[in-house]
Design a protein around this ligand. Structure first.
Ligand SMILES: Nc1ncnc2c1ncn2[C@@H]1O[C@H](COP(=O)(O)OP(=O)(O)OP(=O)(O)O)[C@@H](O)[C@H]1O
Ligand SMILES: [Mg+2]
Length: 242
């Protein structure tokens, strides 16, 4: 696809087939279009006036996400997102995780309790937080808040989880916890993560896409890309001689 903000094309000729239940990392210099590409996958760019796909399409499970019969709330449930800066709602821990289900009309406490417990377990937070589910989410540490946002995103059992630099505001220990978590999540979810940290891409991802000036330069299994990049441009970027 090609994607433009108004008259300015930000993504050119992107062809990318993301593997199901694997972690795909998007890397590349600042401004190359990583966040733009990520936001195309759950139509987050819809909010930006004049922003649109000018050619091609994004398919999720074979379905064009811009088809007129696609329900945006449903799509966002299917394709969850975690942002750079954790953004818990000013509510209890429980209500943060239950939020997505409530939006979809769920109010059976048994169902909600079960979903919150499952999501917090998957986000490696259950043991830490199970005794204070009614506490305010904003009282958690930065790393816990980010894992809470991951729990919130997975509570509705999406197919795809988008993460835009989810660790960039965290210390190394909190970062490692999130990285471990991403590994675990890839058993159940298709994860696409933007990162500026090459070591992180190596640690967490199965596939890496390298973008430069809005173009997809290379898309390969991560090991292969870092050991034997196909393109000169990738090599110089990875070596830092760019
Ligand atoms: N809302 C917007 N309106 C207009 N142009 C935008 C908008 N958001 C991004 N752009 C432009 O699109 C291009 C790609 O930006 P994008 O934010 O996707 O880059 P990025 O790779 O995520 O960069 P970074 O690593 O700094 O986060 C840039 O030229 C940017 O200025
Ligand atoms: Mg970005």
């Amino acid at each position: 696809m090609d994607f433009a903000y108004g008259g300015k094309v930000a993504l050119h000729d992107i062809h990318l087939a993301v593997e199901k239940r694997r972690v795909t990392a998007l890397i590349g210099p600042s401004g190359c279009g990583k966040s733009t590409l990520l936001r195309c996958i759950n139509r987050m760019n819809d909010r930006v006036a004049g922003a649109r796909i000018v050619k091609g399409a994004v398919l999720v499970k074979g379905k064009n996400i811009h088809d007129p019969d696609v329900d945006l709330t449903q799509l966002r449930r299917q394709v969850g997102m975690v942002f750079q800066k954790s953004n818990p709602f000013p509510k209890s821990i429980f209500e943060n995780v239950a939020y997505g289900l409530r939006v979809h009309g769920e109010d059976d406490m048994e169902v909600l309790n079960e979903a919150v417990e499952r999501a917090l377990k998957q986000a490696a937070l259950w043991d830490e937080l199970k005794d204070r589910l009614q506490a305010h989410a904003l009282g958690l540490s930065g790393g816990q808040q980010q894992r809470l946002c991951i729990a919130r995103a997975i509570a509705t059992q999406p197919d795809v989880l988008l993460m835009d630099e989810p660790c960039s505001a965290l210390d190394p220990i909190a970062t490692l916890k999130i990285e471990e978590l991403i590994h675990q999540l890839a058993r159940d979810y298709t994860v696409i993560i933007v990162t500026h940290n090459m070591q992180q891409a190596v640690r967490v991802s199965d596939f890496t896409a390298f973008l430069h000036l809005g173009r997809l330069v290379e898309f390969s299994p991560t090991e292969q890309m870092f050991e034997q990049p196909k393109e000169k441009l990738t090599e110089s970027y990875l070596r830092g001689t760019f």
